[in-house]
Every structure is written in C-alpha cells, then in structure tokens.
Design a protein around this ligand. Structure first.
Ligand SMILES: *Cc1c(COP(=O)(O)O)cnc(C)c1O
Length: 443
C-alpha cells in the first residue's frame, strides 16, 4: 500500500512542469490556494495576462485609432506599416494572425486553417452555414447522446432553419444499457444505418459530462468514407489532449478558449476549416468586411464583388476583440513553452493517480472511461442519490477549499489541469471527499 501523501510529494518533486504553477493566480481559501479542479470549466488566470492586456490598453490610450497599425513604442505621429512591429503590444490589424499560429500548433493544424474569432456556439452556427447542406434525402445530423445543451440547441435550430423537424433530423447516438460511454462501433453502426439520410456528424472531442474522449481519427474517417461531413466541438479537448485536425482530415471544428486554455470568461473562440476547403469560395457563408481580403474591405462600389480570403480567415465577419485576444496570447505562450506532449504525459499520470485514490473511496463511482486513451484530465464521479446529494457534497468540498463542480442530477466533475495542479492537490481533494462521504454529512 502506498502512502498517497508521500507518493504525491515524490512525484511533485520530479515534475518538470511544476514551475508553471507559479505563473497562475489561485483563488484563496482559509487554507491558502484553493485546490482547483475546475479548469475544464474556467481555467485559472495566467499572471501575464495583466501585462498583455495592459499593453493593449496602453496602446489604445496612447495611439487611439492608430493602434490598428502601430504598437506602443511607436509614437502617434509615426504609425508603422501593418504587422511590422513585434513589441510588448501588437498592431490590432493583424493580432488574430498572431494567435492563430499558436492556436494551430495546439490542434495539429496549419496556421491558415485556424482563426480566432467570435464565440464557440456562434462559430459553429457560421460553420454549419457552410457545412450543413441538407437535401430532401440527406438532411440528418448525428450528435452524441448527452451532448452539451448548447450543441443540441445549435443543431435543432439549424434543422428547423432548413425546414426540418428536429425530432426527425437530429439523431443521437446513445450508450448501451448499463454503460455511460459511447462505443465507436455503435457510432459506426449508426453511420451505416443513416448513411443515405445523414448530412453531418457533429460530436464533441471530449464529452463535457462523462469526460469521454472520442477516437477523432477513426470516427472522422468512418463518417467521411460514407460521404458524411464531419465537425468537432473541441471545447473540452483543446489544451487537454493532443489533437491532429489536419491529418485526421476533419472538415471543420471550433472551440472556446476559457476552459483548459485559460483565456478568461467569455474569451474569444477559435475555428478550424480544413485546407481542402480553403478555396471553396462557392460554399455558402455569412460574410462581413473581415471575410474579405484586407485591401478590399472598404470597397464602396456596388459592383465591387466581395473578394473572400483564403482559409479559415475567410469565415471571419467582424474585426477582432483585441483585449480578449491579448489574454489568449499570454495563455498560448504558456502552452507553447510547456508543450502539449509533456502536458499530456503529466495529465495521464495525474488523472491516473486521481483514479487510483477515488477507487478507494466507498460510495462514489467513476463514470469516465477507464482507458486513459479514452479520456482527458477530467474524471466524472457519480454519487448515489440514496446515500448522498451530489450538490450538497460539492458545497461541502467548497467549504474545505476544494473547487469541483456539480452536474445534475448526481455527478461531480474533477479535472486536475496539468499546467497548475499538483499530485498533492489530488490527495487533498480525495481526503476531503472521503471525509465528506463517510461522515454522510451530505445526506
Ligand atoms: C463549454 C461548451 C460550450 C460553450 O459554448 P459558448 O458558445 O462558449 O458559450 C459549447 N459546447 C461545448 C461542448 C462546451 O463544452
């Protein structure tokens, strides 16, 4: 039998990513830093966000409209040409390109396949304008049963928009009786059954509730082989597990940046459009001045046709939310230094350790897949309703300085984000969990 406290200390001592913890701001409890296991919901603030956001505020204060092309250091009187300065602040005109490069690296994409813009659900709607092209015969959308509500509302409203009844057009893949996760072969069986009626499959990379990581490579190939367009909502996958969107041949994807990517509440999102659609200018899309080639954005003549930009940038509509991107910029810098491969390696160990300790607690059951390749950082714990009220348990944990979340009716989600969580945090959480459960204080 290992002593969890000693084992945690040993592992934290040799953790090459341990120094990154100091780059984050922790909420405080009476016991000091909160044990923060909700990075899957809202990531902690990288301290450097203050610097990158302040730099843009300063640019705005000093340069006004000239900040679009100049950065501080430049004076108002001598604006520079677009993209020529790489100072502590960046010209706003090309700011989105700066974050696209690093965002693309995180998801295994080319920079031209990724754009920072808008918000997740809105971006998916815009992508569906292009990639959900229902016909009378092929109009169905496959999603996972138990999808994030926003995604369900999204596809239902899209089906309705095209004149279909969502009850018929939206098909949910369900887990087998007595199981919590979905099986790839069951999804494929459904793809087979619906191959003549299905236009689109939209799954989340990691299900927000169960924490299941889908086999993106396999399922994308299976759907595309049947002529079905494939999109992924990567809200819980990005910054959590390594992704290879380009090589996996995904048609499109979108993700928010405020969960594992630590870019702040409501932060700007990102979209991915595969290279093979980069010049698909005939795809229908909703456009604005930022869909157009930069030098044609101000074209005034009725006759001047919209010259769409190539690649993902051609799906932009509006100019970029710079303050939000400044936070994302600081966050992506942390990821670039830590490296997704090293993060995943630590995450596997950290979540495996959590699994081992939780298995020892009587009265809670892990519903997240046991296979480490079928999950990210998060474990979802089902708390039997006859013994404990999960919501009350969550409140008790909070009172003890442990931040986890509750998802009705009976699930607690705990996600040790490897950038700033320690093995010692896992022990602290499970100690409090065990005490709460055995005291039956939550019943
Ligand atoms: C978090 C999350 C969202 C949130 O959507 P917003 O448009 O950012 O509010 C949507 N879908 C999934 C799967 C999520 O996990």
């Amino acid at each position: 039998m290992i002593d969890p406290t000693k084992e945690a200390r040993r592992r934290d001592d040799v953790d090459p990513l341990a120094p990154f913890r100091q780059e984050f701001c922790f909420p405080q409890s009476a016991r000091g830093d909160v044990v923060y296991l909700t990075g899957n919901s809202l990531g902690l603030m990288p301290a450097r966000v203050r610097e990158t956001v302040s730099a843009e505020l300063e640019a705005w204060a000093r340069l006004g409209v000239e900040g679009h092309f100049a950065a501080p250091g430049a004076s108002f009187a001598a604006p520079t040409t677009p993209g020529s300065l790489r100072g502590p602040a960046e010209p706003w005109f090309s700011y989105h390109a700066l974050v696209a490069e690093r965002g693309a690296a995180l998801v295994g994409a080319r920079a031209s396949e990724v754009v920072a813009m808008g918000s997740l659900t809105a971006n998916l709607h815009l992508l569906l304008v292009s990639f959900y092209r229902p016909t009378k015969e092929r109009y169905k959308i496959i999603i996972e049963g138990g999808a994030f509500p926003s995604d369900r509302f999204l596809v239902q409203s899209q089906a309705r928009f095209h004149g279909f009844d969502p009850a018929d057009a939206v098909v949910e893949v369900m887990p087998r009786a007595g199981e919590d996760a979905l099986r790839s072969e069951d999804i494929e069986a459904l793809l087979d059954r619906e191959k003549d009626s299905c236009a689109l499959m939209l799954l989340s990379g990691i299900n927000y509730y169960t924490g299941q990581l889908f086999d993106i490579h396999r399922l994308t190939r299976s759907a595309r082989a049947r002529g079905i367009t494939v999109g992924w909502d990567l809200a819980h996958a990005v910054g959590n597990v390594p992704l290879a969107l380009h090589d996996d041949d995904v048609d499109f994807a979108a993700w928010c940046t405020y969960k594992y990517l630590n870019s702040g509440p409501g932060a700007v999102a990102m979209s991915f459009v595969h290279q093979r659609h980069a010049r698909s200018f005939d795809l229908p899309r909703f456009c604005g001045w930022w869909s157009a080639e930069p030098q044609t954005r101000f074209a005034r003549s009725q006759q001047a046709p919209l010259q769409l930009q190539e690649g993902a940038e051609g799906w932009q509509i509006s100019n970029a939310p710079i303050l939000s991107m400044a936070a994302l910029h600081a966050s992506l810098d942390v990821f670039a230094r830590a490296g997704m491969a090293r993060l995943r390696e630590k995450s596997l160990a950290l979540t495996g350790f959590l699994e081992q300790l939780v298995d020892d607690v009587d009265g809670v059951r892990i519903i997240t897949p046991r296979d480490p390749n079928a999950r990210g950082a998060q474990l979802s714990l089902r708390v039997p309703a006859d013994r404990l009220d999960a919501q009350k348990l969550q409140r008790l944990l909070h009172e003890q300085g442990v931040c986890v979340d509750f998802r009705p009716p009976d699930v607690i989600r705990a996600a040790p984000a490897p950038l700033y969580c320690r093995f010692a945090d896992v022990v602290a959480f499970v100690d409090v969990l065990r005490a709460c459960v055995s005291a039956k204080g939550a019943s």
